[in-house]
Write a protein that binds this ligand. Structure first.
Ligand code: FAD
Length: 481
C-alpha cells in the first residue's frame, strides 16, 4: 500500500524545504521529494555560492585599492581560481548539509528520486534520470525511495533552469550557463555576458573585478532592466569606471564557436553590427520553470507562459494541489519562494489571518559592485499607473560614513504618494544597500508615511542616514544636501 502523508512537497529548494519545515511545525505529517541536491538551486548553484564568489571579488577590490586607505601591500594580488571556487563550493555543500540536518530535526521524511503526479493526491517516485551537474556526495541517510506515495496536499516546488536562445545554446565549454560560470577551471582573459539581469550582472561584476575583460550585451535600454532608471544609470557609470564594456539596446544575433573562443555578431541600436571575440560567453537570458515531466497534464494543472498559475495562497486550479517558488512565476527569488511556502502551508493547516502574497512588497537585491536593492514601484511604473508622486534622492557623496568607508558612489531614491504620503517605492545603489533595503521593506509593510519615516531616528554615522535624507528630500527638507 502507498505510504500516505498530510503534505508531500516536490523539490527541496527554498520554497520546498521551508514548506516542509513549516508543515512539520504545524503538526502535519510531511515528506519532501528531491532528485538532485537538497536545498535546491539557491544554496547549490544560486544565491549562496555566487555571494561566496562575490565576497572574494570584494576582498580583491579592497586589496587592490589598499593604497587609498594608506596601506602598502607587497607583491601583486592575483586570484587563485581553484581556491576561490573551492571556497564557494564548500559553502554550497555546507548549506546543502544544513537542510538535511533541518529535515532530520523537524522529522521531515526525504524521498530520493524523481516525482511525477499520477492523479490528484498521488505521486510516483522513480529513479532520477537527471545527471547531477556535480557529484552531490552521499545521498542523505534513511531516505525513502522509488514507489507510490499519497497525500491530502501536494506542493509543487520544482524550481527553474537556465533559459537558452535558439542558435546560441550553452554547450558548457565555450558558452556557459550559471553552472559553468560558478566553477571556472581558469580565468578567461575575456568574457561576453549576454543579458544584464541580476544573474548576468553579478557574474560580470565578479569576473571584471578578477581582471577579466568583460563586455555585457543587453537588449533593453538599461542594465538591470527591472530597476529604477536613475539607479541603473549610476550603477552602469560605476561598472564602466571599473572597465566593463556595456552595450545597451544591442542583441547577440549570432555566435560562431572557435577552438577556444567565441565570436558573436552584435546588432547595435544604430542598425550597425559589431563582432566581438571572447574566450568565453555567459548566456544569462533568464530561467524557465521546471513544469515538464511532472505529470501536470495528468491532473489538468493550468499554466501560463511557462509557469503554474496560482492564487495568492499558492493554490492551483486543481483541489489539493499547490505550487510555490520559481515554478509559480516571477519574481524568481528565494525569499519570494520561502514566503509563498509559509503562506501556502499555513492556509493548508487552516490558520486564521493568513495574508495572501503581495508581490509589490518583495524586495530585490543584486550583489554586484556597487550593490543594487529595491522594493515597490519605480518612478516610471508609478507614473505609468497615473500616480501623483513626490520623489526624493540622496547621494552617498554627502554621507559621512560612506565617504569614510571610501564608498561615496551611491544613491537612495524614494517615491511617495503625493496625497497620502504612502511610501510607494525605494531604490538604492551603493555599498551595503542589500542590507539597508530591509528598513524600507518593513516601512512599506507597515504602510508607513513620510511623517513616520521623518520621525524615525537613524544612527550616526551610518549609510542608513541616506535613507532618511532621501525621504526629507522628497519634501524639500534634506539637511545635508
Ligand atoms: C546564479 C544565481 C544566483 C541567484 N541569486 C539569488 C539571490 O541572490 N537572491 C535570491 O533571492 N535569489 C537568487 N537566485 C534565485 C533563486 O536561486 C531561486 O529563486 C530559488 O532557488 C527558487 O527556489 P525554488 O524552491 O522555487 O526552486 P529551486 O531552488 O530551483 O529548487 C527546486 C528543487 O526541485 C528539485 N526537483 C525538480 N523537479 C523535481 C522532480 N520531478 N522530483 C524531485 N525533485 C525535483 C530540483 O532538483 C531542485 O532541488 C539566484 C539564482 C541563480 C541561478
Amino acid at each position: 500500500m502507498a505510504q500516505s502523508y498530510d503534505v508531500i512537497v516536490i523539490g527541496s529548494g527554498p520554497g520546498g524545504y521551508i514548506a516542509a519545515i513549516r508543515a512539520s511545525q504545524l503538526g502535519l505529517k510531511v515528506a519532501v521529494v528531491e532528485r538532485e541536491h537538497l536545498a535546491g538551486i539557491c544554496s547549490n548553484w544560486g544565491c549562496i555560492p555566487t555571494k561566496a564568489l562575490l565576497r572574494s571579488a570584494d576582498v580583491m577590490h579592497t586589496a587592490t585599492h589598499a593604497k587609498d586607505y594608506g596601506l602598502t601591500l607587497e607583491g601583486t594580488i592575483k586570484p587563485d581560481v581553484k581556491a576561490i571556487v573551492d571556497r564557494s563550493r564548500g559553502i554550497a555543500h555546507r548549506m546543502n548539509n544544513g537542510v538535511g540536518f533541518l529535515f532530520k530535526k523537524n522529522k521531515v521524511d526525504i524521498i530520493w528520486g524523481e516525482a511525477k503526479l499520477t492523479k490528484p493526491g498521488e505521486i510516483v517516485v522513480s529513479k532520477t534520470t537527471k545527471k547531477p551537474v556535480e557529484p552531490i556526495g552521499p545521498i542523505p541517510k534513511n531516505t525513502l525511495g522509488e514507489g507510490t506515495y499519497t497525500a491530502k496536499h501536494i506542493i509543487i516546488a520544482t524550481g527553474a533552469r537556465p533559459r537558452a536562445l535558439p542558435g546560441i545554446e550553452p554547450d558548457g565549454k565555450l558558452i556557459w550557463t550559471y553552472f559553468e560560470a560558478m566553477k571556472p577551471e581558469e580565468m578567461p582573459k575575456s568574457l561576453l555576458v549576454m543579458g544584464s539581469g541580476a544573474i548576468g550582472i553579478e557574474f560580470a561584476s565578479f569576473y571584471r573585478t578578477m581582471g577579466v575583460e568583460v563586455t555585457v550585451v543587453e537588449i533593453m535600454s538599461q542594465v538591470m532592466p527591472v530597476e529604477d532608471a536613475d539607479i541603473s544609470a549610476l550603477a552602469k557609470k560605476q561598472f564602466e569606471r571599473q572597465g566593463m564594456k556595456i552595450l545597451l539596446e544591442a542583441k547577440v544575433a549570432k555566435v560562431v564557436k572557435g577552438a577556444n573562443s567565441v565570436t558573436a555578431t552584435i546588432e547595435l541600436k544604430d542598425g550597425k553590427t559589431q563582432e566581438i571575440t571572447a574566450d568565453r560567453m555567459i548566456s544569462a537570458v533568464g530561467v524557465q520553470a521546471n513544469i515538464e515531466g511532472i505529470g501536470l497534464e495528468a491532473v489538468g494543472v493550468k499554466t501560463d507562459r511557462g509557469f503554474i498559475v496560482i492564487d495568492g495562497y499558492g493554490k492551483t486550479n486543481v483541489p489539493g494541489l499547490y505550487a510555490i517558488g520559481d515554478v509559480a512565476g516571477p519574481p524568481l527569488l528565494a525569499h519570494k519562494a520561502e514566503h509563498e511556502a509559509v503562506i501556502c502551508v499555513e492556509k493548508i493547516a487552516g490558520l486564521p489571518n493568513v495574508h495572501p502574497m503581495d508581490k509589490l512588497k518583495i524586495p530585490g537585491c543584486t550583489y554586484c559592485n556597487p550593490q543594487v536593492a529595491s522594493v515597490g514601484l519605480t518612478e516610471a511604473k508609478a507614473k505609468a499607473e497615473g500616480r501623483d508622486i513626490r520623489v526624493g534622492r540622496f547621494s552617498f557623496a554627502a554621507n559621512g560614513k560612506a565617504v569614510a568607508l571610501g564608498e561615496d558612489q551611491g544613491m537612495v531614491k524614494t517615491i511617495f504618494d503625493k496625497k497620502t504620503g504612502e511610501l510607494l517605492g525605494a531604490h538604492m545603489v551603493g555599498a551595503e544597500v542589500t542590507e539597508l533595503i530591509q528598513g524600507f521593506v518593513v516601512a512599506m509593510n507597515l504602510e508607513t508615511t513620510e511623517e513616520d519615516l521623518m520621525h524615525t531616528i537613524f544612527p550616526h554615522p551610518t549609510i542608513s542616514e541616506t535613507m532618511k535624507e532621501s525621504v526629507l528630500d522628497a519634501y524639500g527638507r534634506a539637511l545635508n544636501a
